[in-house]
Design a protein around this ligand. Sequence first.
Ligand SMILES: Nc1nc2c(ncn2[C@@H]2O[C@H](COP(=O)(O)OP(=O)(O)OP(=O)(O)O)[C@@H](O)[C@H]2O)c(=O)[nH]1
Ligand SMILES: [Mg+2]
Length: 221
Amino acid sequence: MKKIDIGKKILGENEKYALENLLFFTKKKKLCLNIISSPGSGKTTILARTINELKGKIKIGVIEGDIQTDIDAERIRATEAPVVQINTEGSCHLSARQISDALKQLPVDDLDLILIENVGNLVCPSAFELGESGKIVVLSVPEGDDKPAKYPTIFARSKVLLINKIDLLDGGQVDFDIERAKADARRLNKAIEIFPISARRGDGMAQWCDWLIKSVEKSAE
Ligand SMILES: Nc1nc2c(ncn2[C@@H]2O[C@H](COP(=O)(O)OP(=O)(O)OP(=O)(O)O)[C@@H](O)[C@H]2O)c(=O)[nH]1
Ligand SMILES: [Mg+2]
């Protein structure tokens, strides 16, 4: 009996669209970042705060990926940034084809930066390239400082690690050794940039936004 490797087939189709997306972003000189984390680590909160802090400096469009609902797109719409919601209907990650379709609904030529919020999951989205310029991994302190060691792939593949909810470290409500998380992430990925932030209170947002501005400028060269 002939064995069909379905996993390989899906990746093959995904890689074709990912390459098309990558060429699209390169040709248009746009930066596109794929934001990946566990559910609830603060991706949408970070996106909304980043958009508001960069108003007048960088024009940002957003692609929201969720299994169901347009709750996150509504939160982004409140910032007045253009946004497209994708519902994956059960799938634990976005696909490059979904991004290709969503791009047709965004005013890409008027944007400097496209931010993709992937489905909340630390594992599956790291295996599916979307054609993005880079991945951003978010780890929030209540999840524990051992996550880079336990889920290495996404930390090894990301350009930036945002350690979010550092406001919760005040008063010792949460045990999280920032130095341990940083050291483990750097062991996996020497080049990774790390920004400890609080999307709620604003700590570290200036450094993260500076990195975004510089990266957008580099893409536009
Ligand atoms: N204390 C604190 N809470 C935060 C911070 N950032 C986000 N939150 C809270 O964390 C919860 C989840 O935030 P979201 O932004 O919805 O997280 P998400 O990663 O987009 O979640 P999914 O899209 O469901 O994966 C919300 O109650 C936020 O208010 C932060 O910096 N500090
Ligand atoms: Mg979200």
